[in-house]
Design a protein around this ligand. Structure first.
Ligand code: GLN
Ligand code: ZN
Length: 784
């Protein structure tokens, strides 16, 4: 038998590691290359250095199953599409090696700068000339975005890139025996999109498998003993054809390469009703996510055939908390005893791609909070500690285990985590706090009477261009080069100018522009207790875009008003209504690393109470309209349908809790930057915002259909201006979109606004576009 480890030790895997480099080296290398400041070889050299450093780091930390091909210049799903030659015709590839230019054209489009949505989730879409990028979408329920493979009728696959083999050999030349990672063929097809109606991506499996076999054959010929195949689709609701496809694929591999060992990795949840399918596949190992679904350990270890290697994903790869190692060992020891050290591995729940790299660099973090955290490097150390204890007994690593247990105890007991005042407030929440005083028609009348807006009122979503000057001033203020007073004066000047301009062009409801905000979540997190921020805690969102999610570590409270002074200043500049602008609790939650010691629902309710206080203070200050953005409600949907209702239940309740404290005549707006509402329209309606703005311009209003067929009763601003593009839409275009909207909705329901905030756009684009938008609205008004 040819296991990659000798019995008596327990191997440690990472499944995948962050690619970006501890100092975001990959971003710099990519952006230099894209800007023409460096050549291809420089980029490739930087990438090779990052890979080498990654392997060396894992080796030094005692990782035994070091992955290769987990690196990517942009995205591993894109890499897979390129590997199998799934390159749409538009990119002009005609066989042979795929050039970097073709690769990046698929990632980013072939010309100009990519547009971005206001929260920075660029959709990679290009407009105007050139070839647009592939579509981009979220990788399962993470904040990582992948490029959606495209398949067309008559699709054939061919080996177009040997990246997995090249990187395996590269590691080998450096002295590392790695376990290459491939995205499995079934998940790959399921993540893709058929360009032609009637084409089922799964029907392409038969043509795809020989390409995979060719890659596997080359890996084996180069010396690989094991290959990691990621099939995270195994944690989704699967139909019978998909299960059959898994059987076909892995049967095919076992038949073609009987000696190559495949470890099948399923992560982001429990196998659930796919467990029997997974256990019956002819693979050598199976990885389980035991952070999300610890309860599956028992059934799996009882049912799994004796020879199957189980990879126990006990260290949370999706979150930043330090594990309680003694507690984990209590659960793991019986399993290891039963199955033997030869048939288990210790792993994170999923690839470490989703956590920041190294906690040690965070020298400004509160030392207590820091002692409760673990980033990728620290998680690797936890993995090897667990493995050592499992193989040789707890005594061998006693001091590490004690430190881990002590940190967990300290966190459980800390006054920084638990506030009795917050607990008391939460306990005092009553159902009527989630209920506006009157139903929508009564509120609408009170609001119309107070606001006296014209039909088809015009507004924007909140942010105005974050120009180079704004960013420069913020950076200078951050470094202490620009004093508080000077910075504030600068921001006031920008804000006042933006407001005067909105007034001048005739917008009906104004915004202050959000110049003072670094980020729509961070800005609030920094003012709430219970949140911590890192300096270097970057994780990849997509391509060269990284985010630094706030860390929600404790009970949330709002020590003081957060936006009221800015709102007051903004309203003092104009007689038109000025929207108060807040980020909603679900979005703050979904874009943060969330504590794992209480349910998400509870953390969300705490944030909701804090925002509720802010809403009340804005109302008291005189705000007639308050917008509470919930950009991330949809992306928080659980992977399994069966879990949707519970999530939507507390998400909607949290929104209502923060929004329902106001008088009938105070208008609550919400905003969501997407348009797929079919599945969640009942929940959206249950939020009962007086006005919702959504993203509809690119779908030509077709995506309003969910609202139409639901007979959505409240007011809606369907976006008429695609802010992802530098293009300035004409009056006629926007008028046509509005006409379509009025044909589908009651005209008095309709607001006029862009798809999203304008912070990523330039003033030169925004000015003419909004002038046109105001004119388009005017043309619809009776008597004009
Ligand atoms: N008010 C925010 C802005 O305009 C909304 C951004 C978002 O929903 N992503 O920037
Ligand atoms: Zn938006």
């Amino acid at each position: 038998m040819n296991f990659p480890y000798s019995s008596g030790t327990v191997p440690v895997s990472t499944l995948g590691t962050p690619r970006i480099g501890p100092r975001r080296e990959l971003k710099a290398a990519l952006e230099d290359y894209w800007a023409g400041r460096s050549g291809a070889q420089t980029l490739l050299d930087s990438a090779a250095r990052l890979r080498a450093a990654n392997w060396a780091r894992q080796k030094a930390l005692g990782v035994t199953n070091i992955p290769s091909n987990d690196f990517s210049l942009y995205d591993h799903v894109l890499d897979t599409a390129v590997m199998v030659g799934a390159i749409p015709k538009a990119y002009g590839w005609s066989g042979g090696p795929v050039s970097l230019d073709t690769y990046f054209a698929m990632a980013r489009g072939s010309q100009g700068a990519a547009g971005a949505c206001a929260h920075g989730h660029d959709h990679g879409q290009e407009h105007g000339h050139g070839v647009p990028a592939l579509e981009m979408t979220k990788w399962f329920d993470t904040n990582y975005h992948y490029m959606v493979p495209e398949f067309s009728a008559g699709q054939r696959f061919t080996l177009a890139s040997t990246k997995p083999v090249d990187e395996y050999r590269e590691a080998k030349a450096l002295g590392y025996q790695t376990r290459p990672v491939l995205l499995g063929p079934v998940t790959f097809l399921k993540l893709g999109k058929a360009k032609d109606p009637g084409l089922d991506p799964l029907s392409l499996l038969g043509d795809l498998l020989p390409v995979y076999v060719e890659v596997l054959r080359r890996l084996a010929a180069s010396g690989a003993e094991w290959v990691q195949m990621d099939e995270p689709c195994l944690v989704l609701d699967l139909d019978e054809p998909t299960r059959a496809a898994l059987r076909e694929a892995y049967g095919f591999f076992a038949h073609a390469l009987p000696r190559l060992k495949i470890i099948l990795t399923a992560y982001f949840g429990e196998l659930g009703d796919n467990l029997d399918t997974a256990l019956a596949l002819p693979v050598a190992g199976l990885h389980l996510d035991l952070a999300r679904a610890p309860e599956q350990l028992r059934p799996v270890s009882e049912k799994a055939r004796a020879g199957l290697v189980l990879s126990l994903g006990v260290i949370d790869g999706r979150n930043v908390w330090r594990a309680d190692l003694p507690k984990l060992l209590d659960a793991l020891e019986p399993v290891v005893r039963r199955r033997g050290t030869d048939h288990v591995e210790i792993a994170p729940s999923c690839s470490l791609l989703h956590v920041p790299i190294d906690l040690e660099r965070e020298i400004e973090l509160d030392p207590d909070v820091k002692s409760w955290l673990a980033f990728a490097v620290q998680k690797m150390d936890e993995l090897t500690t667990l493995a050592t204890a499992l193989a040789g007994g707890r005594e061998v690593v006693l001091s590490k285990l004690m430190a881990s247990g002590a940190a967990a105890d300290a966190r459980r007991a800390s006054a920084k985590v638990h506030s009795s005042a917050v607990a008391a407030r939460l306990a005092a929440v009553t159902p009527n706090m989630t209920q506006r005083r009157s139903p929508f028609p009564v509120r609408a009348e009170a609001q119309h009477h107070r606001l006296r807006l014209p039909p088809f009122p015009t507004t924007t979503i909140g942010s105005f261009p974050q120009t180079a000057e704004v960013r420069k001033a913020r950076a200078a203020h951050g470094k202490g080069e620009l004093g508080d007073a000077a910075y504030e004066a600068f921001l006031k000047q920008e804000t006042a100018a933006a407001i005067r301009w909105q007034d001048e062009i005739g917008l009906d409801v104004l915004v202050h522009g959000e110049f003072e905000r670094n980020d729509m979540v961070q800005y609030f997190g920094e003012q709430l207790s219970g949140f911590a921020f890192t300096r270097h805690g970057w994780v990849q969102s997509y391509g060269s875009r990284y985010v630094r999610p706030p860390i929600l570590f404790g009970d949330v409270a709002r020590p003081a008003p957060m936006t009221v002074e800015w709102w007051k200043f903004a309203q003092s500049v104009t007689h038109k209504p000025m929207k108060g602008m807040l980020t909603g609790p679900v979005t703050i939650l979904n874009w943060s690393f969330v504590r794992d010691d209480v349910p998400r629902s509870l953390a969300c309710r705490q944030i909701a109470l804090a925002i509720r206080d802010e809403v009340a203070d804005l109302e008291k200050a005189g705000a007639a309209m308050i917008q509470i953005d919930e950009a991330a409600i949809r992306e928080g949907l659980p992977l399994r349908r069966a879990d949707w209702d519970a999530y939507l239940g507390w998400a909607v309740e949290s929104f209502r809790l923060c929004a329902s404290g106001v008088a009938d005549a105070t208008q609550i707006h919400t905003h969501m930057c997407y348009s797929e509402f079919n599945d969640i329209i009942a929940a959206i309606a249950a939020m009962d915002a007086d006005v919702i703005s959504i993203e509809t311009s690119r779908s030509k209003m077709e995506l309003l259909e969910a609202f139409v067929s639901y007979r959505y009763p409240n007011e809606i601003g369907p976006g008429v201006y695609d802010i992802h593009s530098p293009r300035v839409p004409s009056v006629e275009e926007m008028e046509e979109l509005l006409v379509r909207a009025t044909q589908r909705l009651r005209p008095e329901q309709v607001w006029v606004n862009p798809d999203c905030g304008l912070k990523t756009r330039k003033w030169e684009e925004v000015r003419p576009a909004l002038v046109n938008m105001v004119e388009a609205a005017r043309r619809l008004r009776p008597g004009t």
